[in-house]
Design a protein around this ligand. Structure first.
Ligand SMILES: C=C(O[C@@H]1C=C(C(=O)O)C=C[C@H]1O)C(=O)O
Ligand SMILES: NC(=O)CC[C@H](N)C(=O)O
Length: 803
């Protein structure tokens, strides 16, 4: 049985006085939609009820649906992917229509739930002439029943299918609202319905979307609730109790606590509870120059810029170590970077890995540090897209079968070896540059570094006295001599366009509302014979990218054989040390060709297509955050705003959530590990629950991932994953790994190889309004901002196929 996410196991809600509280209860049946927790929050916030969530593939507790339903005043059947004609797409929703007259109870179906109600009452569910996803439409109503006082209403629509009321009589149904399609006003699409004899209602639209008319939608819910309550009163239903703990409990898979967690703790033993720091100002000293002073070329290094403001540079110490994890084999490698450079290998499940990370962050919490910087010490690194797939409710389905490698007829090509799915560097020492104030903070969590004339003092002195590098002229020459022989393999246009059509077919079938299709470009180039040249190459490449495409989340990683140069503009998740989480999904991109201005970009991005693309992800991210923060804990700071990202304009949404440890959301409520105020633990859990990034999957997330895996037929690896830091003080910051190049064939183990391969992913959201030509161009626009750095300077912008 799939876990039921009710709050019966929430310690806060199981006290005696609560057991028969006067708070009313609603059962929400979740079809694995990416908007479910928005509906739940709206119900709780508007009606003051307590909602219990159960998924469509659950079994009724004790195989006794009637007994179980006694605990609730009403049921809400949620939206979801798929088709109500397919039994597994609605699962236990359809059991509700079998309730005997004596057991009837109020039901509200939303979108898929509405369609299921119509289907059961004889109305065929068929495809719309064209899907309507993330679009806002005005619908008209009868002003009666649940639409009392709402003659018309603006709502967001997310559907491909509809109840074809014209093709069948449904004497038991009364239609309450309609949408007239703009291009064929004679075609009326039912938007609201009620059963004439039973307390069953449904709406085809999404009242919980942040672009639906909130006031009118709240009135709608209140109207429904009033009618539901009066039904219960008339038939004498009532006096319900909260579910006792023993009735059901979430079916969490038991995973023993991994020994690896203790090994990680042992490796970190020199990290103290205090991060001491010294600051200075050195105008002109860049994060790159600082990194060059402290990191030997080719040694494990991460440089990560967070939100355009802070550049965090890892600095090696005797207590540095690395962690690598591979999803496919469950192999965890802990690599000590000093003394005997011991490597410990073990086999842990993904759940165990998250538990080990949470444990370590809790045990090694740093209590004090420089409040002006967001990182005091801890991990810097990345999580791959495939790691994200394992975080979905049904990882096996989303990962599907192992796809063949992109090149070489399924034969593993050594040069495209998969990088680790998690790679993190433990940093006791770091230097953080605040790009707004010019402050440079040198810090360490090692006790001995604090001593007078210890590492902190010596480092400050070194930074005060070092010469500031002048503009380097040799980088271009250096890179170009290697890049002269690079071969760029672009995605095949024909194939990409076919994939766009495949995506559109899934959208039309109701399987997805938006699919973020991506492709991979590879650049093959010679491995320089000279060791120093070979080792310096990734870093120089990063420096060129940083100059060519400055970005808020520019980053470099040299972690074993894996090298990453990133110019990501997109924030995935930031959290502070107190209680705030924030996510800033981007969707909708226009190229800055000559003559493109902010005004023009705003005009282009305010089209129905672009707004819908962003709105769908905004609603998805709200759901992700409500899953963590619970009702009342999420708000939209900015919706669909256009911003300048250097070489492109993009639309961005900004959503914030608040962690309240005794009021957590449904996605995490069953986790005893979260009984802590430590934000490092909550942030990590948010990562675990919200990966992969919704802006890189589409919505609903899980079903979209499943189709993308089949359509793309490759591993995305580092592209579409996230990169950032886990701060021992409690905070964290992660970007979406886009506009980046990575390789795992340029490292020290590859000295005998003649060629290295760099990989760049690029793509875009496919919606029903996409055109093959437009999406191909958009993919090339994003690809170009990275791919151009692989072209010898003189040829930039003249590369064949990359305009
Ligand atoms: C898929 C990429 O970017 C994603 C898609 C975007 C879009 O569709 O406009 C914008 C930002 C990213 O979330 C990419 O850069 O490769
Ligand atoms: N949002 C939904 O519930 C969508 C229902 C169904 N999958 C459709 O596309 O019509």
């Amino acid at each position: 049985m799939v876990p039921m996410l009710g709050d019966w196991d929430n310690p806060a809600s199981t006290s005696k006085s609560d057991a028969c509280s006067s708070q009313k209860s609603i059962l929400y049946i979740d079809a694995y939609d990416s908007f479910s927790f928005n509906v739940v929050a709206m119900l709780e916030e508007t009606l003051g009820v307590k909602v219990t969530v159960i998924t469509i593939d659950s079994q009724w507790p004790d195989s006794n649906m009637n007994e179980f339903l006694q605990h609730f005043e009403a049921i809400v059947l949620g939206p979801g992917p798929g088709d109500p004609n397919v039994p597994s797409d609605v699962g236990i929703m359809k059991d509700i229509w079998d309730l005997q007259d004596s057991d009837l109870m109020p039901v509200l179906g939303i979108c898929l739930g509405f369609q299921s109600l119509c289907l059961r009452n004889g109305v065929p569910i068929e495809r719309l002439p064209y899907p309507i996803h993330g679009q806002i439409h005005k619908i008209s109503t009868t002003s009666k029943d649940i639409f009392e006082h709402i003659p018309e209403i603006e709502v967001t629509l997310y559907h491909s299918l509809y109840a074809n009321s014209a093709s069948a009589e449904a004497p038991d149904l009364e239609y309450l609202a309609w949408l007239a399609l703009e291009d064929r006003p004679e075609k009326q699409i039912p938007m609201g319905v009620r059963h004439r004899k039973k307390p069953f209602w449904g709406v085809q639209f999404h009242p919980e979307s942040c672009k639906s008319d909130i006031v009118a939608c709240k009135t709608l819910l209140q109207n429904w609730w009033k009618m539901a309550m009066s039904f219960n009163k008339i038939v004498g239903r009532g006096g319900y109790c909260s579910l006792p703990d023993t009735v059901i409990s979430p079916n969490t898979i038991f995973s023993p606590f991994p020994d690896a967690a203790y090994e990680m703790l042992q490796l970190s033993r020199a990290t103290s509870k205090v991060s001491d720091s010294r600051s200075l100002k050195r105008p002109g000293l860049t994060a790159e120059a600082v990194s060059e002073l402290f990191n030997k070329p080719g040694s494990p290094t991460v440089l990560f810029q967070s939100n355009g403001q802070y550049s965090i540079v890892s600095v090696p110490s005797a207590g540095s170590w690395r962690l690598e994890y591979y999803v496919e084999t469950h192999e965890l490698r802990l690599i000590q970077l000093h003394d005997d450079c011991k490597v410990t290998e073990s086999c842990v499940s993904v759940v165990q890995l998250w538990d080990a990370l949470r444990y370590l962050m809790e045990m090694k919490k740093v209590d004090s540090g420089n409040k002006e910087v967001p990182f005091w010490g801890g991990f810097l690194g990345y999580f791959s897209y495939e790691l994200g797939l394992t975080c979905l409710p049904h990882p096996a389905t989303a990962q599907a079968s192992e796809p063949p490698r992109p090149h070489g007829n399924g034969k593993r090509s050594e040069s495209l070896e998969s990088p680790p799915d998690v790679s993190l560097l433990w940093c006791e020492r770091s230097i953080v540059l605040d790009n707004t104030t010019g402050n440079i903070v040198v810090q360490s969590t090692r006790d001995d570094d604090r001593a007078p004339l210890g590492w902190l003092d010596q480092t400050i002195q070194l930074l005060e006295e070092c010469s500031i590098p002048v503009n380097e002229t040799d980088t271009d020459e250096f890179l170009d001599s290697i890049l002269q022989q690079s071969k760029i393999q672009l995605p095949e246009e024909q194939k990409y366009k076919q994939q766009i059509e495949q995506c559109k077919a899934e959208l039309e079938a109701g399987e997805s509302y938006e699919l973020c299709l991506t492709s991979e470009t590879t650049i093959t180039l010679p491995v320089p014979e000279e060791e120093s040249t070979r080792i310096a190459f990734p870093w120089k490449l990063y420096k060129r990218l940083k100059t060519y495409n400055p970005a808020a989340f520019s980053a470099f990683a040299d972690l074993g054989d894996t090298k990453i140069a990133s110019s990501s503009p997109e924030c995935f998740l930031n959290w502070d040390r107190h209680s705030t989480l924030e996510m800033k999904p981007m969707k909708g991109t226009v190229r800055k060709y000559p003559g493109m201005t902010m005004e023009k970009a705003c005009e282009i991005l305010s089209s129905t297509k672009e707004m819908a693309e962003n709105l769908m992800i905004a609603d998805l991210i709200r759901h992700d955050l409500y899953g963590i923060c619970g009702s009342g804990g999420v708000h939209v700071e900015k919706l669909l705003e256009v911003a300048d990202y250097g070489r492109v304009f993009s639309m961005i949404t900004h959503i914030k959530g608040t962690i309240r440890p005794n009021h957590l959301g449904f996605a995490v409520r069953h986790m005893p590990q979260l009984n802590t105020p430590n934000m490092a633990v909550h942030g990590l859990t948010t990562l675990q629950r919200c990966l992969p990034p919704g802006s890189m999957t589409g919505a609903p997330k899980e079903r979209s991932c499943m189709h993308l895996r089949t359509i793309e037929n490759r591993k995305r690896a580092i592209y579409s994953g996230v990169m950032g830091f886990l701060d021992l003080g409690g905070g964290g910051s992660f970007s979406v790994l886009i506009r980046s190049a990575f390789t795992c064939s340029a490292g020290s183990d590859y000295t005998d190889k003649k060629l290295q391969t760099w990989r760049i992913g690029a793509g875009g959201a496919i919606t029903t309004l996409s055109t093959a030509e437009g999406e191909w161009d958009e993919m090339l626009t994003k690809l170009r901002v990275v791919c151009n750095i692989f072209t010898p300077l003189g040829k930039i912008n003249r590369q064949a196929g990359v305009p």
